[in-house]
Design a protein around this ligand. Structure first.
Ligand code: SF4
Length: 407
């Protein structure tokens, strides 16, 4: 039985560092011009090359997303960027456009190429087609079910296959949506989706254009295009029956808190399932996975087991807040970069790649003065004393989450 790589998104350098610290085997990242995250993307070519070095120094892999559907004017710039990035020897380029694949091949960069989920590979004949042309790994379409993937695996036993296990889903066919283009002019297939499926829609009758009628689906109403997020963490025991090379998590625009907790949760479950190791994190996984922003979870399309896919209620994603990022443990005090207000007496959760501790804030010091509350808006970096002694390691990547308890 193969143990898949756990592959996390890295929208910027800090997210990449956290993804790796919390258990990713590999990350995927790209520059705005070539990847499907034109907005909120913290990389340029130089930083991406540094990111490749960082991953390799930590014995992790990095896959470079070049999965836009390019227009004619994109090609010369793309060729230049690809050649430059290739100098740092990333572990693969991820492409969806056959034209870009041709460019990568003709440049003779000697870097493996993975086929993006945006290329919508849904059967074993397509897998063979792409492998015959030199693609090393196929990231299967997110719309496939478990039994279909099992049949594909049986028919192409030697192919490298990757699947998505977690993150936001399109309500349309992945990579085949024009909602954002029509409504805003922002092209989802060039990394610029406005998330138009999450908006609130009404019915308007032709002759009464100022009357907006709610589209009532049920007691929650209205959000008819709003998909729940994929979450297969409880299905890893079933998924492992199929040999898969990579489990991928969506979300290059998601925050560091999301990356850390999702990476940590899947890491724990995968290590227990595939290696038979024990994990102190495992009992908390069902709580941890829900803490970062999400739209509610679904197994679909992977398992058509009655889970509703749309989230009719609203598109609010706010769940648990980060109080701050722990930069180091200094004696018995934590040095914390504050993101949201923390007060003396607050119950918080101390999360490091190795442990989770329910804590109470006993003291806060700012520049040597004791204060009652520290504020993220004022960019406070404070020293926080908590109610128990913490172990010595791992806190340089720690997170304080606002929480009352771990179930
Ligand atoms: S508008 Fe929604 S369904 Fe369309 S590409 Fe964007 S996220 Fe996907």
């Amino acid at each position: 039985m193969k143990k898949p790589e756990l592959i996390l998104p890295a929208g910027n350098y800090e997210k990449l560092i956290y993804a790796i610290a919390y258990g990713a085997d590999a990350v995927y990242a790209g520059i705005p011009e070539t990847s499907l995250r034109a907005k909120y993307n913290g990389f340029d070519v130089g930083l991406l090359k540094e990111a490749v070095d960082y991953c390799h120094r930590h014995q992790k892999k990095i896959y470079i997303t070049t999965n836009v559907y390019a227009r004619e004017d994109d090609i010369p710039r793309l060729s230049r960027h690809l050649a430059e990035i290739a100098e740092s020897k990333p572990d693969a380029f991820i492409v969806s456009d056959p034209g870009i694949f041709r460019v990568v091949s003709s440049l003779k960069l000697h870097i493996p190429v993975h086929l993006s989920t945006q290329a919508n590979t849904t059967n074993s004949e397509s897998v063979k087609f792409w492998i015959d042309r030199g693609i090393q790994r196929i990231i299967l379409a997110r719309e496939l079910g478990f039994s279909e993937i099992a049949r594909i695996r049986n028919r192409v036993p030697d192919a490298e296959l990757e699947i998505f296990v977690h993150g936001a889903l399109c309500i349309s066919y992945s990579g085949r949506c024009l909602l954002s283009s029509y409504l805003t002019g922002r092209d989802a297939n060039r990394g610029n989706c406005a998330g138009a499926c999450r908006w609130r829609y009404f019915v308007v009758e032709e002759s009464r254009r100022n009357d907006f009628f709610e589209i009532q689906e049920d007691t929650h109403g209205t959000y008819i295009f709003n998909s729940k997020d994929l979450c297969l963490i409880d299905m890893v025991p079933r998924l492992k029956k199929i040999d898969i090379d990579g489990y991928k998590v969506e979300g290059r625009t998601k925050n560091t808190f999301y990356l850390a907790l999702v990476a940590m949760s899947y890491r724990a479950v995968m290590d227990v399932e595939f290696d038979g190791t024990s994990s102190s994190i495992l009992p908390h996984v069902s709580t941890l996975i829900k803490m970062p922003d999400n739209h509610g979870f679904t197994h679909r399309f992977m398992f058509n087991d009655g889970y509703v896919m749309q989230s009719y209620g609203d598109s609010d994603t706010r769940h648990q807040e980060v109080a701050g990022f722990i930069r180091e443990l200094e004696g018995d005090m934590l040095r914390v970069e504050v993101k949201n207000p923390i007060s003396v007496g607050d119950s918080v959760l101390g999360i490091s790649p190795r442990e989770i501790q329910p804590l109470i804030v006993k003291e806060i010091q700012l520049n040597g003065r004791y204060i009652q509350t520290a504020y993220g808006a004022q960019k406070h970096v404070v020293r926080v004393r908590v109610n128990r002694k913490l172990s010595d390691t791992g806190w340089e990547y720690g997170i304080l989450a606002k929480s009352t308890k771990v179930e």
